[in-house]
Design a protein. Structure first.
Length: 375
């Protein structure tokens, strides 16, 4: 690939758009990052000074800047992807998301029930009509981003390390923001009785209040002296199985199991020991065994969890835990370059980084929080 020829072509498109004096144009995203990186090294050695006197400057930098932003974004661990699903939205308006259906029938005992079980149909008997209902959540995309610039002085003085470092910091910051937003879904409004964002039913994602047919509190949170250990983990797995959905069906009845142990970094080593197939932790003793009943769980260490002692259980993402929606499916940040003719009063190359997403829970019964109050 001839970098100068390609940059000139993009530059021509850039200049043709200047007749409309558009303030921002989408940055050049190279199709072959490795090849572009090699040719940019040649350009850097001989073209920056020349480019500073033309409208090519933002374009020459844009491909490399885009690579640095995306690479730094991807380098930050996003372990929430082991917990939650992703999807694509094309609209910014608030929308209802169907997160599941339930069936109301006359159960096997002949009484109206939300159990999901079906009645026996005797010979010559009639089939009762199943009445469908739905669960839903609300979601709305939000934009995150900032602008940054390269000055003429930075380029002229050959500060190439800083030129690479700045977009790397921008990309890393965007990934950290996304991770923080995911954690906020779990920890917002945290107290000893509730935690997490408010759902469509008006309740927080996690509640200690027990589920009843009347008010249908979530009942998916324990708040007590419950440090992460074998005894407490096994007890919470049992309670996870007793959690009920809106129809009153328990996870155990629906076959939904806790397969993820979600912890802050401070508990990661403890969690890994508990679910190791080679070690069964019993009090202060470690017994080597291959029959650890907790070995089927996967530890997910979420960066940004504010508590160093609280922990969570979650089902597989396919069971409907939570979701991260990206605008038009773009899961990495977008980079935009400012039209140089939009502001002729500065000698800077100005860029805008933008990412659009929303994070929302799909179902409360597929997750559980343990608020450890041990002092």
């Amino acid at each position: 690939m001839d970098a100068r020829r390609h940059i000139r072509r993009v530059g021509d498109d850039f200049v043709s758009g200047c007749t409309r004096v558009a303030p921002w144009l989408e940055s050049y995203r190279p199709a072959d990052p490795a090849e572009f990186e090699r040719t940019m090294q040649l350009v850097e050695r001989g073209s920056f000074r020349e480019a500073m006197h033309s409208d090519d400057l933002p374009i020459i930098l844009s491909g490399q800047t885009d690579l640095h932003v995306r690479d730094a974004f991807a380098a930050v661990a996003q372990p929430w992807r082991d917990l939650f699903s992703t999807t694509s939205f094309s609209r910014f308006a608030q929308q209802k998301i169907h997160s599941g259906l339930y069936v109301e029938v006359d159960d096997e005992k002949g009484a109206t029930s939300l159990s999901g079980r079906y009645p026996l149909v005797p010979e010559g008997g009639r089939y009762d009509e199943a009445r469908l209902g739905e669960y839903y959540v609300t979601a709305q995309l939000a934009k995150y981003g900032a602008t940054f610039r390269f000055t003429m002085e930075m380029l002229n003085d050959g500060l190439q390390a800083q030129i690479a470092r700045l977009p790397q910091l921008v990309g890393r910051g965007m990934a950290m923001t996304l991770n923080y937003d995911v954690v906020q879904m779990l920890e917002a409004n945290a107290s000893t009785s509730v935690s997490g964002v408010t759902m469509a039913d008006g309740y927080n994602l996690f509640e200690t209040a027990a589920w009843t047919a009347k008010d249908k509190h979530h009942g998916n949170m324990s708040s007590d002296a419950l440090p992460l250990n074998k005894t407490n983990l096994e007890a919470q797995v049992v309670l996870f199985g007793q959690q009920k959905d809106d129809a009153g069906v328990t996870n155990a009845e629906a076959g939904i199991k806790a397969t993820r142990l979600v912890v802050p970094q401070a508990l990661e080593i403890t969690a890994l020991k508990l679910v190791s197939n080679a070690a069964l932790i019993t009090g202060s003793d470690t017994i080597t065994t291959s029959e650890n009943v907790l070995a089927g769980m996967k530890v997910v260490c979420l960066p940004g969890l504010s508590s160093s002692v609280d922990w969570f259980l979650a089902a597989d993402a396919s069971m409907g835990t939570a979701e991260v929606a990206f605008w038009n499916g773009m899961q990495s940040p977008e980079l935009f370059v400012q039209n140089p003719m939009a502001d002729l009063t500065v000698d800077d190359a100005i860029y805008k980084v933008r990412h659009v997403w929303d994070v929302y829970p799909l179902a409360y019964w597929t997750m559980r929080k343990v608020d450890d109050t041990t002092t």
